[in-house]
Ligand binder design. Sequence first.
Ligand SMILES: *[C@@H]1O[C@H](CO)[C@@H](O)[C@H](O)[C@H]1NC(C)=O
Ligand SMILES: *[C@@H]1O[C@H](CO)[C@@H](O)[C@H](O)[C@H]1NC(C)=O
Ligand SMILES: *[C@@H]1O[C@H](CO)[C@@H](O)[C@H](O)[C@H]1NC(C)=O
Ligand SMILES: *[C@@H]1O[C@H](CO)[C@@H](O)[C@H](O)[C@H]1NC(C)=O
Ligand SMILES: *[C@@H]1O[C@H](CO)[C@@H](O)[C@H](O)[C@H]1NC(C)=O
Ligand SMILES: *[C@@H]1O[C@H](CO)[C@@H](O)[C@H](O)[C@H]1NC(C)=O
Ligand SMILES: *[C@@H]1O[C@H](CO)[C@@H](O)[C@H](O)[C@H]1NC(C)=O
Ligand SMILES: *[C@@H]1O[C@H](CO)[C@@H](O)[C@H](O)[C@H]1NC(C)=O
Ligand SMILES: *[C@@H]1O[C@H](CO)[C@@H](O)[C@H](O)[C@H]1NC(C)=O
Length: 467
Amino acid sequence: MVVISTLLSLYLLSGASAGPVARSSKQNASACDSVNQGYNCFSEISHLWGQYSPYFSVEEESASSAIPEGCHVTFAQVLSRHGARYPTASKSAKYAKVIAKIQADATAYKGNAAFLKTYNYTLGSDDLTAFGVQQMVDSGIKFYQRYESLAKEQTPFVRASGSSRVIESGQKFIQGFQNTKLNDSRALPGQLAASINVVISESANANNSLDPGTCTVFENSELGDDVVANFTDIFTPPILKRLEEDLPGVNLTAKEVVYLMDMCSFDTIAQSNPESQLSSFCNLFTHAEWEQYNYLRSLEKYYGYGAGNPLGPSRGIGFTNELIARLTRTPVHDETSTNRTLDSSPATFPLNYTLYADFTHDNGLIPIFFALGLYNGTKPLSKTQVESMEETDGFSAAWTVPFGARAYVEMMQCEAQPEPLVRVLVNDRVVPLHGCAVDKQGRCKRDDFVRGLSFARSGGNWDECFA
Ligand SMILES: *[C@@H]1O[C@H](CO)[C@@H](O)[C@H](O)[C@H]1NC(C)=O
Ligand SMILES: *[C@@H]1O[C@H](CO)[C@@H](O)[C@H](O)[C@H]1NC(C)=O
Ligand SMILES: *[C@@H]1O[C@H](CO)[C@@H](O)[C@H](O)[C@H]1NC(C)=O
Ligand SMILES: *[C@@H]1O[C@H](CO)[C@@H](O)[C@H](O)[C@H]1NC(C)=O
Ligand SMILES: *[C@@H]1O[C@H](CO)[C@@H](O)[C@H](O)[C@H]1NC(C)=O
Ligand SMILES: *[C@@H]1O[C@H](CO)[C@@H](O)[C@H](O)[C@H]1NC(C)=O
Ligand SMILES: *[C@@H]1O[C@H](CO)[C@@H](O)[C@H](O)[C@H]1NC(C)=O
Ligand SMILES: *[C@@H]1O[C@H](CO)[C@@H](O)[C@H](O)[C@H]1NC(C)=O
Ligand SMILES: *[C@@H]1O[C@H](CO)[C@@H](O)[C@H](O)[C@H]1NC(C)=O
């Protein structure tokens, strides 16, 4: 119970007991979304929506994302999440249900809850929103501009995991890339237009290195859900009490409180112009509560798909082995989630490209980040108390897998250094590599980096998938 009293004192210190503060509405939201910086509208809370935050650049002043002087990029791989979407169909039904329940039972609508009296739930499901489409076009523009020296002469090899929002995200990225190229006077003429080269099936038995579903023990694990349920029970009671006071007659569950928090993001990004205003759902909660929610989402990813789950990183082995193949131009060696039919053919897994783009889901990205050891400096996240970004060594759902998330794996050739160097940027943040001799710019020599990926090269603990 130490935990709960700590959380309570946090509420008192933050003044949350006095009710929500709509700080965000004071911001100047015009021109707050951009190709380079991503979504910085209402950033005090929109960057605290976990994986439901729209992409925003998390470059740190101390570690510039610029290509270091004296170096030129020889290879770039982008690994991307799809853009902002409507809630999944199952969540959409749950959100509609809690709103219908409130409208059936409430005898009054007080304070910031007043809007619920006439709120009409009309969100779609599963597909990209108009804003999500624009995010992906912008991502393609940014990728072209960053890697112009390669992009002006080549098209990327593109793969997408087989769900419609992921495929559409790849197409919109290509559109942004291609339109930027058409406008670039330095681009070589007469090149083939980029297109999605391979769609990898998401059916249950498919080997899909971008979103594996064949690790049976993992698929049956409920660890992430259990950690989420416990932390939900810790942080929602004071919120639940306040909402029930504002909505007399209504009884809510802890889960439903979280659904109402989810609605803040979904209702904002569904608008045709999410730059101009924040959903009214957002004003039901305080800044301190958004920090708790954001942490809840990080717990979900860490214990669901990351190192907190014994088989989380194993789902990222297949892609890591594909990346090694691309970096070293040698055939794929993998006996986990890759499809040998696809990966042994130069038509579906070429090794002679310098630009690669792969599209998938947040739950595809997180295991790959952990298989690459990017967050090996992160200690197991506390299941009971919010940790800061310093404490998690830069890991959070919002910083790693927001809507439109993009990780760049880049290889460069530098003066006075015969060996190629590799580094990884996650949403523009240079994430210093682990498992190899890393320099001040977060880079390792390619061969040292590959050597350090012994977890993936050896197949990790994939054999435990079928225990
Ligand atoms: C908001 O920002 C825009 C663009 O930077 C600027 O033109 C406008 O004057 C600002 N409005 C206010 C109220 O500060
Ligand atoms: C809710 O939205 C739907 C779809 O836009 C519309 O048909 C319906 O009339 C709306 N209901 C209310 C009460 O506004
Ligand atoms: C092409 O470049 C011009 C001049 O920089 C710019 O105004 C225009 O928006 C660009 N068009 C596209 C499709 O990028
Ligand atoms: C591997 O890919 C091929 C070609 O797309 C497909 O026909 C086959 O079903 C896939 N096999 C598995 C196990 O995913
Ligand atoms: C959730 O909380 C219960 C009760 O405190 C505890 O027994 C259980 O181990 C917790 N689950 C996880 C996954 O931490
Ligand atoms: C809410 O809970 C109270 C106390 O348990 C109960 O008396 C009331 O009937 C419930 N209301 C609804 C709408 O379920
Ligand atoms: C799918 O993966 C399993 C496990 O690595 C492997 O045994 C099987 O041959 C693979 N199938 C294809 C088509 O790659
Ligand atoms: C890769 O090799 C194939 C087969 O030789 C060739 O058709 C293709 O143009 C090459 N692609 C690149 C990007 O070099
Ligand atoms: C990251 O940590 C895991 C677990 O300790 C280890 O197996 C793996 O080799 C490490 N990866 C790197 C790149 O250091």
